[in-house]
Write a protein that binds this ligand. Structure first.
Ligand code: ADP
Length: 484
């Protein structure tokens, strides 16, 4: 199968969150299964490795822009997976990846480039796998603009929602810069409460659509988590799938991880303890067997951190150490800076993005906290399990699909969870985890073994993606046959 994955970020080139991990690792698993898989992302300023391949004109709002296509690859075993970088100085050479007033133009340009470059590269994919709002226009353009050319006609599309909250909503006037007329500005098309909604293009025009866990696929069809798009998602319920993200088990492997202090596996857990001591030392915490709770997250309301604010005294009263690594909204940065002021001995608050410290925290913590309000899949809990760090999570989305609450009677489970979005429930789950850690070291050690022996690698999920691609390709074929 010939597959093009289009996304706004990809590990190791550009990352702000889990999407990058997915686009960095799914292609490897597809390659292992014998397929011709390629990836395209924007050439952000921080990406310097690309080699010039070609340039081509891209039609924008009444004029042509030049897209320079560069080419790079992941180092090592997967060098043969082509990674195309769509470059244009004006749009992408900026100090950060997102958050500009011309986002619609940047990603309009990017999506058009993804399609326009294909004949130049001599690559006609069977399917284009699009991800989140940044690439949601591809399925629409495939059918409406580029679709008039024979080259594009038979290309199928799959659209994956990694987070329904980020939809790419812009004023009506952007329609003309997309080259679309007013007939697209209706509630059945891209209109959304007076704005143009890019995400809707993917949800409407993707041959098949999916999201990153079964539970989230169900949740987004409800008013509570549907972000105003639940009606549309219910209409497409038969085409909507849920495939759990896998984790790159090569990349995230405590036995081979050069970023952590001491490598370890399930048979050398003393080295995990050494990681904890070294982490405590590096972060200025007292060294010892205090339960160490780690949090690594974007600091946004989705992640449920406001629950902690209400009970921070009770949490610290459990006698734990808390290590946070995160970046995001001011409100949360201030909140945790304040926690640090009040509990200087017990906490380490690291405001920033740091891939090395992240691995040290996954390896050195005993408990990993994810009290998310909603969570499409979540990778933090999967990385934690891999590193023998026990997740405490809210039972929502992908967290519900991957973490089973520990049963003190039977010993069944791989973490601790709570359901109600309330500070008391969060405190209760954390208290249970701390209790087991303190009172029953043998049971805790067994729990670590269970966690580390779980398999959330891509093996299963990559096969599911292939099935989805195949289904989309067949659907596209039969639509074309009907049209003849
Ligand atoms: P989301 O995609 O909503 O941000 P996920 O749990 O799916 O959440 O993925 C988050 C990914 O980003 C994980 O790999 C996590 O370790 C990483 N991450 C988040 N914040 C930081 C940070 N401040 N520094 C380093 N890595 C981070």
């Amino acid at each position: 199968m010939k597959i093009l994955i289009a996304a706004s970020e990809m590990t190791p080139f550009a990352k702000t969150g889990g999407l990058a991990d997915v686009t960095g690792s799914l292609p490897k698993a597809l390659k292992d299964l014998g397929h011709d898989v390629r990836v395209v992302i924007p050439n952000y300023k921080q990406i310097t490795a690309g080699k010039y391949l070609t340039d081509l004109p891209v039609p924008m709002d009444g004029h042509l822009e030049t897209a320079i296509i560069r080419h790079t690859s992941i180092k090592g075993k997967y060098e043969q997976i082509p990674v195309y970088l769509a470059d244009n100085h004006k749009y992408f050479h900026r100090d950060r990846m997102y958050g500009f007033s011309d986002e619609f133009d940047r990603f309009n340009f990017f999506t058009k480039t993804c399609l326009a470059m294909l004949p130049y590269l001599g690559f006609q994919p069977d399917v284009i796998h699009c991800n989140d709002w940044h690439t949601a226009l591809i399925p629409l353009f495939l059918k409406n603009k580029f679709g008039e050319e024979p080259f594009y006609k038979s290309i199928a599309s799959v659209f994956t929602v990694h987070n329904l909250q980020y939809q790419g909503r812009f004023p009506k006037r952007v329609l003309s810069s997309l080259g679309l007329d007013d007939s697209f500005f209706t509630p059945e098309e891209l209109e959304y409460y007076g704005e143009v909604n890019f995400m809707k293009a993917g949800l409407l025009y993707g041959d098949l659509i999916n999201t990153v866990s079964r539970k989230y696929a169900a949740e987004i069809q409800t008013a509570e988590l549907g972000e105003g798009l639940d009606g549309l998602l219910r209409k497409r319920a038969l085409d909507l799938h849920g495939i759990l993200n896998g984790l790159d088990y090569q990349e995230f492997n405590p036995a081979q991880d050069d970023k952590i202090y001491e490598k370890y596996d399930v048979n050398s857990l003393a080295n995990k303890r050494e990681n904890k001591y070294q982490l405590q030392k590096e972060l200025g915490l007292s060294m010892g067997d205090v339960p160490l709770v780690g949090i690594i997250t974007r600091l946004v309301s989705q992640k449920g951190l406001d629950l902690m604010a209400a009970i921070i005294d009770e949490i610290m009263g459990l006698g734990i150490q808390l290590v946070l690594l995160g970046t995001g909204e001011d409100y949360y940065e201030k909140l945790f800076a304040d926690v640090k002021m009040r509990y200087p001995q017990q906490t380490s608050v690291n405001l920033g993005f740091d891939a090395v410290l992240a691995q040290k925290i996954y390896a050195g913590s005993d408990i990993f906290l994810m009290p998310s309000r909603f969570e499409p899949c979540g990778l933090g809990q999967l990385i934690s399990l891999r590193y023998g760090t026990i997740p405490v999570v809210r039972r929502t989305g992908g967290l519900a699909d991957t973490i089973n609450n520990y049963d003190f009677e039977t010993g069944y489970g791989n973490g601790f969870d709570f359901l109600d979005y309330s500070p008391e429930e969060l405190l209760g789950a954390l208290r249970r985890a701390v209790q087991l850690y303190r009172n029953n070291p043998d049971a805790w050690s067994k729990l670590i073994h269970v966690a580390m022996n779980m398999d959330f690698s891509w093996n299963r999920s990559a096969v599911k993606y292939l099935e989805l691609y195949e289904k989309a390709i067949n659907k596209r074929k039969s639509t074309l046959m009907r049209a003849v």
